[in-house]
Design a protein around this ligand. Sequence first.
Ligand SMILES: Cc1cc2nc3c(=O)[nH]c(=O)nc-3n(C[C@H](O)[C@H](O)[C@H](O)COP(=O)(O)OP(=O)(O)OC[C@H]3O[C@@H](n4cnc5c(N)ncnc54)[C@H](O)[C@@H]3O)c2cc1C
Length: 372
Amino acid sequence: MDFDFSFAEQTLFKDIQDRIKGYIEGKNLEIQDSCKVEDALAILGKTPYLKLGLDTPDGFGGTSLMGAMETLAALSPSLYLSVEMSTRLFGSLVAMWGSDEQKKQWLAPLMKGQFLGAVALSEDALNVDNDPLKTIGVQNGDFLNITGDKTYVVNGPVADRIAVAGLMNGRLALFIIEHGTDGLVAGEPFSTLGYEGVAISRISLNKCRISMDRVIGPFEDFDALDTLRLWENQILLGASLGLMRAAFESARDYAKTHRSGGKPIIAYQEVAFKLSEMLTLLQTSQLFAYRTAWALETSPKEAQSLMWCAKVFCTEAAEKVSGYSLQILAGSGFISGNPSEIAYRCAKYGQIAGTSTEISRVKIGDAALGYR
Ligand SMILES: Cc1cc2nc3c(=O)[nH]c(=O)nc-3n(C[C@H](O)[C@H](O)[C@H](O)COP(=O)(O)OP(=O)(O)OC[C@H]3O[C@@H](n4cnc5c(N)ncnc54)[C@H](O)[C@@H]3O)c2cc1C
């Protein structure tokens, strides 16, 4: 197994780093409603980043995507989440299940960063594993009337198109609803613990009418929901790596330069031990996440349970690493707006969203016993 990134991959990561650093300069994308992604999408559209996983250019693969995700998430968690829920989640479902016409219409502009997507699966009291969706689409000739409520939608108020999971004659389908469609109401953006720059809201659908060519599916079974959760988990893995990297680098640099008691705090063994624990967790998480990304391409059956294991490990590691980082920065870490504080607040989301830590553990146990 070759653990090195190729020259093309390293060039891509540096390109993302340089372009997005330039874009972020002088802005704070981590405060509420600050993350207007259109310009950033256009910048990313000039690199291969938005094509990865959708129409992957030669020489790139699943691990290139994970590396690119880590790079962007380390620079701005809010920008990252907004872009990923659009390009990778919305984009992947179109690439995987859309008709040729739907791909032509949505995929090419998405990969150029020309519109923002969202995906709405979650509903009140819905556990994707064992509760039926309550969002229903009723066909009326060439049209479909959709009614339902979705609890948390990243990009909900600002997305140009939202893929909404619901039932059509009892079968799972994805309804692609354009911003401004009659009957679609996005709530006010929530004030959140982390990822504050991203607009996240409820959406309500009240006899929202779309034409039948905006429907993906209906599917034979509900397996597509598992696949969507798998992709969401992949996004959260990339986020965890980025948060850890930003938190580690911030604490390392601070420990070398900040003086307390007459010496740089790195001289205190307790501080150095925290940094070594952080680096160990970061590197272990990287190995786990990259192995999972590789398995997603080469061995999809194995990838599912590997993903649950990796997600539990990496998202818990992100909370630990960002907590240690904040502890090293101490007073200055507690003041809003530094990478440690931002990472600390964002880390929890990874354990809640996608397949939660608790549900992942149940699934890992089942997989270990051969039930899955
Ligand atoms: C900020 C934010 C943004 C989000 N964005 C999106 C989005 O864009 N699109 C989208 O579709 N969803 C989104 N979600 C939803 C998210 O992915 C989770 O699915 C959702 O938050 C979990 O549902 P819940 O909060 O109702 O928790 P519940 O499902 O009610 O779970 C509550 C607790 O019970 C545990 N639990 C539940 N079921 C089981 C079980 N079977 N076994 C063991 N433990 C269990 C859970 O782990 C958790 O600890 C978002 C959530 C948040 C917070």
